[in-house]
Design a protein around this ligand. Structure first.
Ligand SMILES: [Zn+2]
Length: 185
């Protein structure tokens, strides 16, 4: 069974997140809460899960993942998006692979989270479509590597749905990862 590497994007240093922030929503802190809820459910289901530490830098987290993760494992990095108040929806970035077809898998995850939140599904995107052009977390050992932008924290509607449907998001992401962990890369 493949291991699940579940990480909360951005460090939390002295209780303050280093990701996006709006009043009432700190991306890094919320990602830790979401990560822990999903990890708990996965462990209950007997899935082998590794979670990152909250206060480490990306470089530290990534070197740790390189030590413990393998090609066949599944990695998911949890984020929240920030843009204009009108921007809405869920999207998933995936690692480009010479061996696998990650696009449909990423599309499935994006649809299942958008579905849980009753918001727009922005779909699967490769990293060249990201703001950063290259996403370091998608270049570690697991060939199936995904970055979830759960919803837009700058959109009060997205945040309201996220608060309301949090347990549905946890459920759907847990289902996705549990299924992936039993599939062979
Ligand atoms: Zn982020």
């Amino acid at each position: 069974m493949a291991k699940v590497i579940l990480t909360a994007g951005h460090a939390v240093v002295n209780g303050i997140g280093t990701g996006a922030k709006v009043p009432g929503f700190d991306e890094a802190i919320e990602a830790v809460i979401l990560r822990n809820a999903i990890a708990t459910r996965l462990i209950e289901r007997g899935v082998n899960v590794y979670v990152d530490q909250n206060d480490t830098t990306n470089a530290e987290t990534w070197s740790k993942i390189k030590e413990i993760a393998h090609f066949e494992d599944v990695l998911l990095d949890l984020h929240f998006n920030a843009a204009s108040p009108q921007a809405t929806g869920t999207e998933v970035f995936y690692k480009t692979s010479r061996f696998l077809q990650p696009q449909p898998t990423a599309a499935k995850l994006s649809a299942s989270v958008a579905d849980a939140l009753r918001i727009k599904d922005r779909g699967a995107k490769n990293e060249s479509q990201s703001q950063h052009n290259r996403l370091g977390v998608l270049h570690l050992n697991p060939e199936r590597s995904f970055l979830l932008e759960t919803c837009f924290i700058t959109n009060p509607g997205d945040v309201r749905e996220y608060r309301y449907y949090f347990s549905d998001v946890v459920h759907n992401v847990t289902e996705f990862l549990a299924e992936e962990s039993t599939r062979k890369a």
